[in-house]
Design a protein around this ligand. Sequence first.
Ligand code: ADP
Ligand code: MG
Length: 266
Amino acid sequence: MSTLQISDLRASVAGTPILHGIDLTINSGEVHVVMGPNGAGKSTLSAVVMGKPGYEVLGGSVTLDGTDLLALPAWQRAQAGVHLVMQYPSEVPGVSLDHVMEEALVARGRSTDGLDALLESEAARIGFAPDLLHRALNVDLSGGEKKRNETLQLAVLQPRFAILDELDSGLDIDALRDCARRVEALTNDTGMGALVITHYNRLLEALRADVIHILVKGRIVASGGPELADQLERDGYAAYQTGDDADVEPVTAADRPSSLDDLFAL
Ligand code: ADP
Ligand code: MG
């Protein structure tokens, strides 16, 4: 069993503090979903955990089975077993997907035997056109093809933890179902843990959430079971928003609307 532990994580972007103390503990096989309004810091959280340049960690820690991830460059975090599916996957002209997968496996000390067959079968499984395996990574792909491509990479690399930043953005309903099912299968078959950032319940129809967290203005203001996502779909984030910009205090049991209370009895 592995554990990805985020403790009191605080970070800024371009000199502005965005994350104000995030605590999340994700174990193997668990799916933790982070929902929140635009600008809440969801992508910032994913970027800081993965080590994307341009983000300054102000305090706190991120560990994978005790290893300090924040001390490592992004590629070593990936080697350690964390994989980020970006909200907007990068296009990489001149570098094909199959070569990326080959190099990524080699960098992890894993065998590339049978890689071509594996790529073909994974492509078929999620409806990714096989000729795209040999084309430049993400170049000229549709939004749906890019996300199928990212999902295929997850399936081949089988990281210990995946962070999915709005896997659903740019996806049509068929691609969403295919990708969500594949990720769900990885959590069940390989014990992959997942931190899933999304706005939509639809993703969670095929990808079963264990815990939902609501992120508002850089803080997790509530956590609960899957019902919390239904509640959000009905009522939006109004109950969790405050008029104050920088210093939102976490919602406590006392000031949470009473109708929500049963949702927190995990
Ligand atoms: P979310 O993913 O929840 O919509 P983000 O993490 O992308 O939110 O953004 C959180 C806040 O940080 C926003 O106010 C956004 O404008 C700001 N931000 C994100 N990236 C940058 C950046 N590179 N430079 C300046 N501000 C940024
Ligand atoms: Mg975002």
